[in-house]
Design a protein around this ligand. Structure first.
Ligand SMILES: [Zn+2]
Length: 672
């Protein structure tokens, strides 16, 4: 029996073996095709119900099986799953294209779309109809047969290239290790970091200490290791991922991806990939994005330059370093921060035991939205480290199931993300509650210490949890408009806004207690966390803008003339770089967000969402950060609404006005 073909509520991880994926997905594609055939062969005239809704609710089992598969490929993968993905991804792309290029189906959708003004649809239904129609038109439904064929070929190639890109980055991350055998080379590193490195060495059957390119190993090394040569070695290895002229090199993949995207956009009648993408964004056009980024650059650059000069002077004074290099940035920033605020991560970490931070974020969710989390043991998991929770509201009604997977493993990709195993939807009068998950790479517990988070990890947890709330509180009718299914430049509002609570005394008092003594975090630390939050903010802003600009450079023009990835990148970075270029390094070849994930022509959306979140949080601050009134509005007009309405409309309903960028500049200390 193939568990993916049975009916199940929670994902049946313990029953699933790798051999089940391919036959199940093949079969479920066939079943979905039959559902689509039933729609197109219906002899009744096309209606919203028999066409648009029927289409929306088709392929449910297939969606669940593929989300299990791809979630595992990110969080718990192995060679076999990666190989399967190379087979399954093109299959799904082909199936998706078959559906979107299905003329009989498009005819019916178009027929309904053409009568939309006479159908008496509610707002969510109108949105669904628009989305379904655009889904076809933006995928070539109005193209000639010949052009349709070209489009399908491009999509298949792109899906393979993106997978290969990601696998190369993972392979390069796992390939490198810094093996230290001389204790002197550990100078400056905190005890916990050294202990973790010794554990890694032991796992690899080695003497001494091993550091890797996984963030919990890499970031502290760059921040604390006194040995500048070794920092350089680590930084260069990190920055050279996909740029080593070896079997895992991504330069050709980058060029090919950019070119194929451009060709695809042209085929559909758009000037560039960015123009195509931004048609369905709050920002609307490449010009608006560029103006937005340039305006922020203008405000941030003077501050960034000044900060860089200060940092350079500080490094000179401390270690007689004349020119700051990229591998010096984190190190001297931390030292300067200590000098100015006398506050380092190691001092704060004892107050951020993972267990307490989790309780903290749950308490925040309870105070704002009346949610109650209870850890349960009866839900099947894909790894023993995964935690599972039942989420209920004040009335004891089930709101969602929540999976949380906190620590790095060899089969997990870097970073932190939210995903889901089952979407929220209302079908036949039943409100089906979602199964939401977050996956992180937080510092592991060691033999002598529980998992103690850096403040950055604390805000990351709040961030991903913010996405999770968007998923958990979803309350719509249609799954494709539910939860985080919103425009990309709106999707970071619920996550980024939640980070604001981490800086508030009222919140920290709830959970930031010393893991040994239980003492609440001293108020002077809280003050300093707040003060230091905008420390080197100009430089940080410039860095984010540089990524957004690199992304726009790759995607808002014809890339066919680009031969050298590195040279192109250096030119794109020209206005935003403070450090000297490192010739061995290339950002684009491991820029997974835009070449593997879905952030192409969308990286700007982090800053865009910051404008939204700063403005929205200013509203909370004005009424009290746990104000029930503001929280209710945020829940009712933003978190529960998903993509059922234009995001600007939703925002105005919540806030009473459009977002004002001043709130961000003020918070960042860039408005003098
Ligand atoms: Zn996010």
């Amino acid at each position: 029996m193939n568990p993916l073909l049975q009916s199940y509520n929670t994902a049946p991880f313990s029953k699933i073996e790798n051999k089940h994926f391919l036959p199940a997905i093949t079969k479920l594609i066939e079943e979905t095709k039959a559902e689509i055939d039933a729609i197109t062969s219906n002899s009744d005239a096309p209606t919203f119900e028999n066409t648009i809704e029927a289409l929306e609710f088709s392929g449910e089992k297939l969606d669940r099986a593929t989300s299990i598969f791809f979630n595992l490929n990110s969080a718990e993968t192995n060679d076999e799953i990666q190989k399967l993905a190379q087979e399954i991804s093109p299959m799904l792309t082909e199936f998706g294209n078959d559906m979107l290029l299905n003329e009989a189906l498009f005819e019916r959708v178009k027929a309904v779309y053409n009568q939309k003004d006479t159908l008496d649809l509610n707002e969510e239904q109108q949105m669904l109809l628009d989305k379904k129609y655009k889904g076809f038109s933006r995928n070539g439904a109005n193209l000639s047969e010949e052009k349709k064929k070209q489009l399908r070929k491009i999509d298949t190639e792109l899906s393979k290239l993106k997978l290969t890109f990601g696998e190369n980055v993972l392979a390069e991350t796992n390939k490198f290790e810094l093996h230290i055998t001389d204790e002197k080379d550990l100078s400056g590193l905190p005890e916990g970091v050294i202990e973790a490195a010794s554990q890694t060495a032991e796992e690899k059957g080695k003497e001494g200490w091993v550091f890797t390119l996984d963030y919990p190993s890499y970031v502290p090394f760059l921040t604390y290791a006194d040995n500048r040569e070794l920092r350089k070695k680590m930084a260069i290895a990190f920055g050279a991922k996909g740029f080593n002229n070896d079997e895992f090199d991504n330069q050709k993949n980058v060029l090919q991806i950019a070119q194929l995207r451009h060709k695809r956009a042209n085929l559909l009648g758009y000037k560039s990939h960015a123009q195509f993408v931004l048609e369905e964004r709050m920002a609307e056009t490449p010009e608006k994005v560029k103006t937005f980024l340039n305006e922020l650059l203008e405000k941030a650059k003077p501050a960034a330059k000044k900060e860089f000069e200060e940092l350079t002077a500080f490094a000179k004074e401390l270690d007689e370093i004349d020119h700051l290099e990229k591998w010096d940035g984190a190190y001297y920033s931390e030292k300067l921060k200590q000098k100015l605020f006398n506050l380092d991560d190691e001092k704060l970490k004892p107050y951020f035991e993972l267990k307490n931070v989790i309780n903290g974020v749950f308490t925040v969710a309870q105070k704002l939205y009346g949610l109650h989390f209870k850890e349960v043991q009866n839900i099947d998991k894909y790894h023993p480290e995964v935690k599972t929770y039942e989420v209920k509201d004040d009335e004891g009604e089930l709101v969602a199931l929540f999976y949380a997977d906190f620590h790095p493993r060899a089969g997990k990709r870097n970073g932190a993300w939210m995903t889901s195993y089952k979407p929220q939807q209302t079908k036949n009068g039943t409100n089906d509650r979602p199964h939401v998950s977050i996956v992180c790479n937080f510092t592991k517990p060691t033999a002598s210490k529980p998992s103690l988070l850096t403040f950055n990890e604390v805000t990351t947890l709040f961030h991903e949890f913010g996405h999770a709330l968007h998923g958990m509180l979803a309350n719509t009718q249609y799954p494709s408009l539910s939860g985080t299914s919103v425009y990309w430049d709106f999707v970071e509002l619920p996550s980024q806004i939640l980070e604001n609570w981490c800086y508030e005394k009222e919140t920290l008092e709830l959970f930031a207690t010393h893991y040994k003594t239980g003492e609440v975090i001293p108020m002077e630390y809280v003050e300093k966390i707040k003060e230091s939050a905008t420390f080197l903010e100009g430089m940080a802003t410039l860095r984010q803008l540089s990524f957004g600009m690199l992304d726009m450079a790759w995607h808002s023009q014809d890339p066919s003339g680009i031969n050298e990835v590195k040279a192109f990148e250096v030119a794109a970075f020209e206005d935003t770089q403070l450090y000297p270029d490192v010739k061995e390094n290339c950002m684009s070849t491991s820029f997974s967000h835009i070449f593997q994930g879905g952030y192409s022509a969308g990286y700007y959306s982090y800053k865009w969402a910051e404008v939204l979140d700063a403005d929205a949080f200013a509203y909370f601050q004005q009424e009290g950060i746990f104000s029930k009134k503001v929280a209710d509005k945020f829940k009712n007009f933003v978190l529960s609404q998903g993509g059922t309405m234009d995001p600007m409309e939703l925002y105005i309903k919540f806030r009473g006005q459009k977002p004002d960028p001043e709130a961000l500049l003020k918070r960042a200390g860039l408005l003098k």
